[in-house]
Design a protein around this ligand. Structure first.
Ligand SMILES: [Zn+2]
Length: 360
C-alpha cells in the first residue's frame, strides 16, 4: 500500500514536471493575447509565481517591476478579450496584491515629495490610502516619511488593528480612520506640518478668504479644527464637524490635514493649502492683502460647480463700485520711531527737571 502511494505520488510529480516544462516554454513563446484561449488553469500555471513571493517580501517585489508588468499585461489582455469574469479567485487576489504594492510605492513617492517640499521635519507627518472597505495602508510611526520603503507601510482594519506589517502604525491613525468612516468617497489622507499653513493654525486664522481665484475654486475654505492633544481620542471629534464640508482642516497649534479621492489628490490639496497660506502671508507683509468681491466670487463658484468640486467656498466681500477687491487686514496703527521717542523723553525729562528746580 505504502509503495503504491509512493509510486502514485512519483507519477503525479512527473506529470507536474512535464507540465511545468511545457508551460514555461509556452510562457516564453506565446504572445500574452493568446493566453485567454488556454483557459484559467493554464494561465495560472504559466504565471508560476506564488503570491507569497510578492506579498510577504515587498522589497523583493520592488526588484520585480518587470514581472509585475507581465502579470498586469496578461490580466489586461484577458479583460480586453471580454473574459474578465472568468478570472478565478487566485488571479483576482494577485491583481489586488499588485495594486497593494503599487499603493505602497505611491506612499513612499509622496513621502519623498512632502519631505523635499519642507512640509515635515524629522519623523513628522503621516499618510494613508483606503484599499478596500475594511483595509487601509498607513505610514509607520518613528521613521522619516522622506525615506520610506514599501515594507515599512502597515495594513490596518477600520478599528486600527494591524493586519500586516512589521512596523507600528502612526499614533495619529484615529483621525485618518474617522475621515474614512465619515466620507466613503475619500480614499487617501495626508497630514503634515507645512510652515505657512501651520503658522496660520498657530495664529488660529482659518484660510477662508477669497484671495486668489485658484484657491477659491480648487481649495475652498479651510477651517480650524480646535486644538486637541495629538493622537488622543479627542482629535477625531475636533475634525469630525468639518469633514463633510471641506477638503481639509488646519489643526490648531499643530499642522494641516487634507483628504482626497486618491493620494495624489490629497497631496495636491495640501500643496495648494500651503501655497495659499504662503501667498496670504506675503500679501499681508506688503500690507496689501485684498479679498475678491462677492460678485467675482460668485462667478468662480459657478466655475467650481461645473468642474464638480465640492465643499465650502469663501464668500468674498462687499466692495465699492468699480473695485474688484477690498483690503482685509486693517492698516496697522502708526508706531513711533526711535527718534520721535527720544524727543518725547527729552521733553518730559526737561519738564520734570524744571519742576524739581522750582522746589529746590
Ligand atoms: Zn502631526
Amino acid at each position: 500500500m505504502k509503495n503504491y502511494k509512493r509510486n502514485d505520488l512519483k507519477h503525479h510529480a512527473n506529470v507536474g514536471m512535464v507540465f511545468f516544462y511545457i508551460a514555461n516554454n509556452l510562457k516564453n513563446r506565446i504572445n500574452p493575447f493568446f493566453f485567454p484561449v488556454l483557459g484559467n488553469q493554464a494561465i495560472m500555471r504559466l504565471e508560476m509565481r506564488p503570491e507569497e513571493y510578492v506579498i510577504k517580501d515587498a522589497k523583493k517585489a520592488q526588484d520585480t517591476e518587470a514581472d509585475l508588468l507581465i502579470i498586469e499585461n496578461k490580466i489586461a489582455a484577458i479583460s480586453e478579450n471580454g473574459k474578465k469574469n472568468s478570472l478565478n479567485e487566485q488571479t483576482e487576489s494577485r491583481l489586488i496584491m499588485i495594486s497593494e504594492i503599487k499603493y505602497k510605492k505611491q506612499i513612499c513617492e509622496i513621502g519623498k515629495r512632502i519631505y523635499e517640499q519642507g512640509f515635515i521635519a524629522a519623523n513628522n507627518g503621516n499618510m494613508s490610502i483606503r484599499i478596500s472597505d475594511n483595509e487601509f495602508l498607513i505610514t509607520p510611526t518613528g521613521v522619516s516619511k522622506g525615506f520610506l520603503t514599501p515594507e515599512m507601510i502597515v495594513k490596518v482594519d477600520r478599528q486600527g488593528n494591524v493586519l500586516d506589517g512589521e512596523y507600528l502604525p502612526t499614533s495619529e491613525m484615529k483621525m485618518h480612520l474617522l475621515v474614512y468612516q465619515e466620507r466613503p468617497d475619500i480614499h487617501a489622507i495626508v497630514h503634515v506640518h507645512p510652515p505657512y499653513a501651520t503658522a496660520f493654525a498657530i495664529a488660529g486664522i482659518p484660510l477662508d478668504q477669497a484671495i486668489m481665484p485658484e484657491s477659491v475654486i480648487y481649495l475652498g475654505t479651510i477651517p480650524i479644527a480646535e486644538y486637541r492633544t495629538p493622537s488622543s481620542e479627542e482629535v477625531p471629534n475636533a475634525v469630525k464637524q468639518h469633514v463633510h464640508d471641506h477638503q481639509g482642516v488646519l489643526l490648531e497649534n499643530h499642522g494641516a490635514l487634507t483628504w482626497g479621492k486618491d493620494l495624489e489628490h490629497a497631496y495636491y490639496i495640501m500643496e495648494s493649502l500651503e501655497f495659499t497660506a504662503k501667498i496670504n502671508w506675503i500679501a499681508k507683509q506688503l500690507n496689501g492683502d485684498r479679498e475678491l468681491s462677492k460678485k467675482h466670487v460668485q462667478t468662480l463658484v459657478e466655475m467650481k460647480s461645473k468642474v464638480g468640486i465640492k465643499g465650502m467656498t469663501p464668500q468674498g466681500v462687499e466692495t465699492p463700485d468699480g473695485h474688484h477687491a477690498k483690503k482685509i487686514t486693517p492698516i496697522r496703527e502708526q508706531s513711533l520711531s526711535e527718534q520721535e521717542l527720544n524727543i518725547i523723553i527729552e521733553r518730559v525729562s526737561e519738564k520734570i527737571i524744571n519742576e524739581l528746580k522750582k522746589h529746590l
